[in-house]
Write a protein that binds this ligand. Structure first.
Ligand code: DP6
Length: 339
């Protein structure tokens, strides 16, 4: 009753921001992402009749009580889905620099959904896996697929039509994402809390929802026609709109810091020089830069001159969920020079 699965993180180009159901994690809008090759989580789950409780080892160490409680309550959903009562031993190895503020909940819950269901002998299709991953963390439902994927929000109250679908495989278009690690001096509000506050209090939230359908149409055309400029422009505009909703919240908040804005400005300078670079930003201060392979080195060279840049992680389109024989050894955390 043991299985191992590997899942990669993804970066949303059209963001998921706001839930219509907190419990089932049902979103207010469709979102669209690119799965990244360089950041991933591998998880082993072993169900065992002899266990008295769930156990969770994260990067070789026992996880904190709050972290373990989250995993256990997620496993309750899986147990309910499969109709079993057994506890599980979970071991996870993260190839994501979480301490640097790069999110790992997407790869974490996608890997956990896949490994736990496989360990219980279930042979699930990707749609069902996406629905289950979604219930751990919304963005995880997109990490079930490689390349570009769209999370369809669905309309049913039970969430059975809210899952990701593949848009373009990782081999079809080599778009690069440079994750720029910045000096950070604040503890951000979690994305979960931030989106809740925005939906409940921001007068700008309705504007966000109004714009998103057109942006989705636009980005899907850009992907289909491999029009990078069109893709970059709409992704950047969508990220700016998401962050604008937060400024209208009560109390207002922002994830941006001065270093965030300095990199945004630098990306604009790069464009002024004719280099095709666009940014997107999630619920934290770090900036992700979208570019094509031929421009990657030029962008790195410019950014490395900025004092506030602590590292640049280069990513290519990555694969969806993969089942493995065993966990990788520890100590292979990515370093900023990788890429
Ligand atoms: C800004 O998926 O982390 O990164 O569903 O509450 O776990 P929960 O939230 P999460 O939110 C991601 C928000 C985002 C945009 C995105 O990835 O689409």
């Amino acid at each position: 009753m043991k299985a191992v699965a590997k899942a990669h993180t993804n970066i949303a180009l059209i963001k998921y921001w706001g839930k219509r159901n907190d419990e089932l994690i049902l979103p207010m809008n469709n979102s669209l992402s690119l799965t990244l090759d360089h950041f991933y989580t591998t998880t082993e789950v072993q169900f065992d009749e002899a266990l008295q409780t769930d156990t969770f080892i994260f990067n070789g160490e026992t996880a904190s009580d709050s972290e373990s409680a989250k995993i256990s309550s997620y496993l309750d959903r899986i147990r309910q889905f499969a109709g079993v009562q057994m506890y599980a031993a979970v071991r996870s190895v993260n190839h994501v620099p979480t301490s640097a503020g790069f999110a790992s909940s997407a790869s974490g819950f996608a890997a956990l959904a896949a490994a736990s269901t496989k360990a219980l002998g279930l042979d699930l299709d990707r749609k069902t896996l996406s629905i289950l991953a979604r219930q751990g963390s919304g963005s995880a439902c997109r990490s079930v697929f490689g390349g570009f994927a769209e999370w369809e929000k669905g309309s049913r109250t039970d969430g059975s039509d809210s899952y990701a679908v593949p848009i373009m495989s990782k081999t079809e278009w080599d778009v690069r994402v440079l994750s720029v690690l910045l000096e950070s001096n604040e503890k951000p509000i979690s994305s979960r809390k931030g989106m809740k506050r925005t939906v409940e209090t921001s007068p700008f939230y309705s504007g966000w929802l109004e714009a998103v359908d057109h942006e989705l149409k636009e980005i899907k055309t850009a992907i289909r026609t491999k029009d990078f400029e069109r893709l970059g422009k709409v992704a950047e505009a969508n990220a700016l709109k998401m962050h604008a909703t937060m400024l209208g919240s009560h109390p207002p908040f922002t994830y941006w810091q001065s270093s965030t804005m300095a990199v945004m400005e630098e990306v604009q300078h790069l464009r002024d020089k004719g280099i095709q670079a666009y940014y997107t930003i999630d619920a934290g201060p770090n900036v992700k830069i979208l570019c094509l392979p031929e421009d990657e080195q030029k962008i790195r060279d410019e950014l490395e001159n900025l004092e506030m840049v602590k590292g640049i992680y280069g990513c290519r389109p990555g694969p969806g969920i993969e089942y493995k024989e065993k966990l990788p050894s520890l100590g292979d955390s990515p370093s900023p020079s990788d890429g």
